[in-house]
Write a protein that binds this ligand. Structure first.
Ligand code: DC
Length: 228
């Protein structure tokens, strides 16, 4: 049987995880799984129902009826479907970022999504990114990476991304959101963001995107003994 590898990448928002992990997955021929997008999809469902922030009972009641699916195109880009509707673009707004952070602190949501994430890692070699991939979802991953960057640097990147999409938010507001979300994701009781034991820490503050991809691919190559 062919050997399946698993690469787990955690880190705060805006560290470049998705772009870097997707590029690395393409180089190694692995499936890229963006778990943040799954939390965002649950957040979108909660938003659409008009559920109050922090109302874990209402979100819990919603979960059983949710039909969330992932699709991967030829290019390895993941798309998210909610009840058959492609919501990949809709989940990338500041409101849904806040919603995702809110629902992701709820233990029922994390338990609901755990099997889905783990089963993706069973069928083929994967690079999966999120907040608790090294610690909870794939604790036996072959490679564990914690990808980070300073809050200012991450805010600068997010600010440019939002501006490119025509979303008008000042830099200071973006920075405040990033710091608030870091705080929320790291201080929650359920699977907080933390550096897992044995994880290689890569700080991309001073690296270009190409250098960051190189740094991640080098760690993967060394740990797996395979070339990209
Ligand atoms: O990576 P992202 O910004 O798309 O993630 C959206 C939110 O989901 C973020 O606030 C943290 C949460 N999340 C999580 O709790 N666990 C994961 N494995 C991935 C994301």
């Amino acid at each position: 049987m062919e050997r399946h590898y698993s690469v787990a990448i955690d880190g705060p928002s805006g560290a470049g995880k998705s772009t870097i992990a997707r590029a690395a997955a393409q180089r190694f021929g692995f499936l890229y799984v963006d778990t943040g997008a799954i939390y965002r999809t649950v957040g979108l469902a909660a938003e659409r129902r008009g559920i109050a922030y922090g109302d874990s009972a209402a979100v819990g009641a919603l979960l059983g009826g949710l039909d969330i699916r992932l699709g991967h195109g030829e290019d390895g880009v993941q798309r998210e479907f909610l009840g058959g509707e492609d919501v990949s673009g809709l989940i990338r707004t500041p409101e849904i970022s806040r919603r995702a952070s809110d629902v992701s602190a709820m233990p029922a949501v994390r338990a609901f999504l755990l099997d889905m994430q783990r089963s993706l890692g069973r069928s083929m070699s994967v690079i999966m990114d999120g907040r608790d991939i090294c610690t909870v979802v794939l604790p036996d991953a072959d490679v564990k990476i914690f990808l980070t960057a300073s809050a200012e640097c991450r805010a600068g990147r997010r600010f440019r991304e939002l501006a490119a999409k025509g979303i008008d938010m000042g830099f200071d507001e973006v920075l405040r959101e990033i710091v608030a979300r870091d705080e929320h994701d790291s201080s929650r009781a359920a699977a907080p963001l933390t550096v897992a034991e044995g994880a290689s820490v890569i700080d991309t503050s001073e690296l270009t995107l190409a250098e960051s991809i190189e740094a991640v691919c080098t760690v993967i190559s060394e740990k797996l003994g395979v070339r990209p």
